[in-house]
Design a protein around this ligand. Structure first.
Ligand SMILES: CCCCCCCCCC(=O)SCCNC(=O)CCNC(=O)[C@H](O)C(C)(C)COP(=O)(O)OP(=O)(O)OC[C@H]1O[C@@H](n2cnc3c(N)ncnc32)[C@H](O)[C@@H]1OP(=O)(O)O
Length: 190
């Protein structure tokens, strides 16, 4: 993990990256802008090639306490309350997560449910648990570009099995609900 000072910079860089992806996905850049952008990206890829590390040394997605643990794969999830019975927070689907006609892409919604439901299973589990199934029901379109409420609650624990349910709401409107089974890994399983 980075030291305290660089962790702050890293966190801010992740927020910048989210903002960049939102802007990129809703832009119609000029050919000249595309060429410049490509040049900059190629330069940065070469720079990052020099600091590639094995999985257990990565920083991306491993900064507990930051929205989305400091990764940009899933929409920005901020947990505001967590406990053994469940957790709740806010999530914001950016322009990057747009599907069509103002609605978030259906594939981006399970990403955020897996994250929050998985954290509830993890709080309760003695060791790492993996998602065995994740069912999502889309009840209403999920709007982008505003904070939505998301919650997860532990439904049952049976041996190594944790069933967790979740809801995604835009005020009074239920956008989607989910149910997942997490199975605690047997000792020695990757
Ligand atoms: C701070 C960090 C927070 C991170 C949060 C993010 C969390 C993200 C979690 C993930 O996304 S993990 C990645 C996606 N998931 C996988 O890659 C899992 C792939 N599947 C497996 O590895 C195994 O199938 C699994 C570990 C889920 C289960 O294998 P096991 O050999 O340990 O269990 P087994 O097959 O014996 O099943 C155990 C019980 O679960 C039940 N089960 C397993 N899969 C099921 C299923 N799909 N549906 C219903 N029941 C299922 C199974 O019937 C059985 O029930 P009983 O004990 O009552 O007999």
């Amino acid at each position: 993990m980075p030291d305290e000072a660089s962790a702050g910079d890293y966190a801010a860089m992740i927020e910048d990256l989210r903002g960049f992806l939102d802007r990129l996905s809703s832009a119609r850049p000029s050919p000249e802008a595309v060429r410049c952008l490509r040049e900059a990206l190629t330069g940065w890829s070469a720079e990052l090639d020099r600091s590639q590390v094995p999985e257990h040394d990565r920083v991306f997605g491993r900064l507990a306490g930051l929205p989305g643990r400091g990764q940009t794969m899933s929409p920005r999830l901020e947990i505001v309350e967590t406990g053994p019975d469940g957790s709740r927070g806010t999530v914001r689907f950016g322009r990057y997560h747009l599907g069509r006609n103002g609605a978030a892409h259906g594939g981006s919604i399970p990403l955020v449910f897996d994250e929050i439901l998985g954290q509830v299973a993890r709080v309760n589990g003695r060791s790492l648990a993996r998602t065995a199934y994740l069912r999502v029901d889309y009840r209403s379109i999920t709007p982008i570009d505003r904070d939505l409420e998301i919650s997860a609650r532990l439904v049952s624990v049976t041996g190594r099995k944790y069933v967790v349910a979740g809801e995604l709401r835009d005020g009074p409107v239920l956008c989607a609900e989910a149910e997942a089974l997490f199975v605690e890994l047997r000792p020695g399983r990757p």
